[in-house]
Design a protein around this ligand. Structure first.
Ligand code: MG
Ligand code: MG
Length: 273
């Protein structure tokens, strides 16, 4: 069942999403080759609790940490640890959720560290742009399939990368994962109609190589079966009468990156949404 949100509830979700993005900006300030996933996870949890919120992921179905930290061929749900040391040339996907004032927020960003291969930078740019292509299709009166179609068309038809099928975006609100599922692939004009008050996380996961994934022996980490790199960007948005309202905000993350010589900017080709 889809739970549509009131304007007041949307503002609560926005607050949670903005806190998530401040956490990701903090990650953007400190991440560099040589530090570990455990270090950014600890900083994130401290930041969240200092702001009176709770990490959404920690304890969720037994997930052990605040952040999902997924390096290179790892797509999503990587578990940060002190053995996970970032290296020059890595791309590090960081996903974060917080629970604040009764509502969850959810957002993700992939950080390219140091001398990242140009082809992998292109993967990051295309994945980031595909997120905005999906958001542009999130118009009241459109169908859910229009979002997935827009992402898939851009990623697979225009750029020949693989859109991960097994993991999808989702409704969000009082629960971290609500209906509907929001696939990053689909057919135009199919699925439930997008109506005002629908709040969803759109989160393309894009593989440089083939789309197939596997889950590692830790039971969580999803990786590209061909071990080629994968990128992940996520926004939480609300469907409004006058267009999509992006409740999360990556601008503070991008500003943090500009101030961190160890992280490369993902040149944005964002549309005016
Ligand atoms: Mg997320
Ligand atoms: Mg999500």
């Amino acid at each position: 069942m889809i739970i549509y949100k009131t304007d007041e509830e949307i503002e609560f979700i926005r607050e949670s999403c903005l806190l998530v993005c401040r956490v990701l900006a903090e990650v953007g300030r400190i991440i560099r080759p040589g530090i570990s996933g455990a270090e950014i996870d600890k900083a994130a949890e401290t930041f969240i609790r200092d702001h009176g919120a709770t990490p959404s992921f920690k304890g969720y179905r037994g997930f052990p940490s605040t952040l999902c930290v997924s390096v290179n061929e790892n797509v999503v749900h990587g578990i940060p640890s002190d053995k996970q040391i970032f290296r020059d040339g890595d791309i590090v996907s960081v996903d974060c959720g917080v629970f604040y004032n009764g509502f969850h927020g959810d957002s993700a960003y992939t950080f390219p560290l140091g001398d990242v291969d140009e082809s992998v930078m292109e993967l990051c740019r295309v994945t980031n742009t595909s997120l905005y292509r999906g958001i542009e299709a999130a118009l009241a009166g459109n169908r859910l399939g229009d979002i997935g179609f827009a992402v898939q068309q851009y990623v697979e038809r225009e750029h020949r990368y693989g859109v991960v099928r097994e993991l999808v975006g989702h409704g969000i609100g009082r629960e971290l994962h609500e209906a509907p599922e929001v696939p990053n692939y689909g057919k135009r004009g199919r699925g439930p109609m997008l109506r005002e008050g629908l709040v969803i996380a759109i989160e393309p996961m894009v593989n440089q190589g083939r789309k197939e994934v596997r889950t590692s022996a830790d039971g969580w980490t999803v990786f590209a079966r061909d071990h080629k790199p994968s990128a992940h960007y996520e926004h939480t948005i609300a469907i409004r009468r006058d267009g999509p309202d992006i409740l999360s905000d990556h601008s503070a993350i991008e500003e943090a990156i500009r101030g961190n010589a160890h992280v490369r900017a993902v040149a944005l080709k964002t549309a005016a949404v």
